[in-house]
Design a protein around this ligand. Structure first.
Ligand SMILES: *Cc1c(COP(=O)(O)O)cnc(C)c1O
Length: 358
């Protein structure tokens, strides 16, 4: 069988998504950065009213009705927008549009673990540049000779944020020799964003998703802003009907309810600060987060895995990365207040039991 498989696939280490227990499970899920609240009631109302007739016909190939409204809401020319089946699909479209075999692709690490997988599938080459201790933008990024630079901002799993001005400095230094892709999956939880860079520089692509801030991870809808000429090329590569009729309809409703977004994000941010304080009281180092999760530095690999396992036995899933440099911490999604309180209570109990054993 193996002889049929492309080498880049045969030797591929695939992306490992966080665990998804069945929908009926009572597990408290703090492992994949989903929004703990239901989506906007406007989205749910339209969902309930959807007529089966929309499924009989093909959807809009370019999701033009979404682009038109997104253009108004984000104050950008609709021709500078592409929609996709989640921003993960847009990442795939970016690789297929711009990256040749053997091309180099750079990104600071640690970051979103899908990037290396996409590089490998394409048969391209990874240039991984470690973040400095303060998670500022690595200076070397400006000097590497690569096709694309990817920056997740806010970054995962660190939760840190690079000021748009610093990214602009990089874009200026790069001076058109590479594309700069800014993955803003978590930007709804931050205080600023880079959309202006996509308007101003023809080599900047900004990615957005409805999966995190808008509580629609199951819908699979993402979009990107970039120069029209880049968008046009990406449109040539994507599947003809990459967004289904229902997702286009609901995505429009979701972005139209910015008040819901502000309120929901506000609740999550205030819980994020509460949780961070609690973790610091428990003796962990936790950087300030600009996303809907916290990177909790447990400081010891065995202890981190121990807390992850114990939490799982107690019905709470958090994210543990079995990966160099990440084994001594846990990435924990901000949940609802009751979930966050339970999380802290269980961790206190686990730490108490560990101390008693010693
Ligand atoms: C969640 C996430 C995405 C992908 O989101 P989609 O669900 O595919 O829209 C992209 N980048 C980062 C950094 C993410 O965390």
């Amino acid at each position: 069988m193996v002889k049929y498989i492309r080498k880049s696939v045969r030797y591929l280490k695939p992306y490992t998504p966080g665990e998804q227990p069945g929908t009926k499970s009572k597990v408290i899920k703090l492992n994949t950065n989903e929004n703990p609240y239901p989506p906007s009631p406007r989205v749910l109302k339209v969902l309930r009213k959807i007529n089966g007739e929309v499924l009989r016909k093909y959807p809009e190939p370019l999701a033009d009705s979404f682009r038109k409204i997104a253009g108004r809401i984000f104050k950008i020319d609709p021709d500078m927008i592409i929609a996709g089946n989640g921003s993960d699909e847009i990442l795939t479209i970016i690789f297929r549009t711009f990256v040749e075999e053997k091309d180099k692709v750079a990104y600071p690490v640690p970051t979103y673990s899908l990037y290396p997988v996409l590089v490998d599938i394409q048969g391209a080459r990874k240039v991984e540049i470690p973040f400095p201790d303060d998670f500022s933008l690595p200076k070397e990024l400006a000097d590497v000779d690569v096709k694309i630079i990817f920056i997740a901002n806010p970054n995962a799993p660190s939760g840190t944020f690079i000021k748009p001005g610093h990214i602009e400095t990089l874009v200026k230094k790069v001076n058109g020799k590479s594309l700069v892709v800014i993955d803003e999956a978590y930007v709804d939880f931050a205080e600023d964003n880079c959309i202006e860079l996509a308007k101003k520089y023809s080599n900047v692509i900004v990615l957005r998703t409805l999966s995190k801030g808008y509580a629609l991870a199951g819908l699979r809808f993402g979009f990107a802003f970039a120069d029209k000429r880049l968008i046009n090329e990406m449109m040539k590569v994507k599947d003809s009907y990459n967004c289904d009729a229902i997702s286009i309809r609901l995505a429009i409703e979701a972005i139209s309810d910015q008040r819901w977004l502000r309120e929901t994000v506000g609740k999550i941010k205030s819980q994020r600060e509460w949780l961070r304080e609690k973790f610091i009281e428990l003796g962990f180092n936790v950087r300030k987060s600009y996303a809907n999760f916290l990177w909790v530095e447990v400081g010891n690999e065995r202890k981190a895995k121990g807390i992850y396992d114990s939490l799982k036995r107690r019905g709470i899933l958090v994210r543990y990365f079995d990966k160099k440099g990440l084994r001594d911490g846990l990435r924990i999604t901000v949940g609802r207040p009751s979930e966050n309180r339970k999380l802290i209570k269980e961790i206190q109990a686990i730490l108490g039991a560990q101390d008693a054993k010693r």
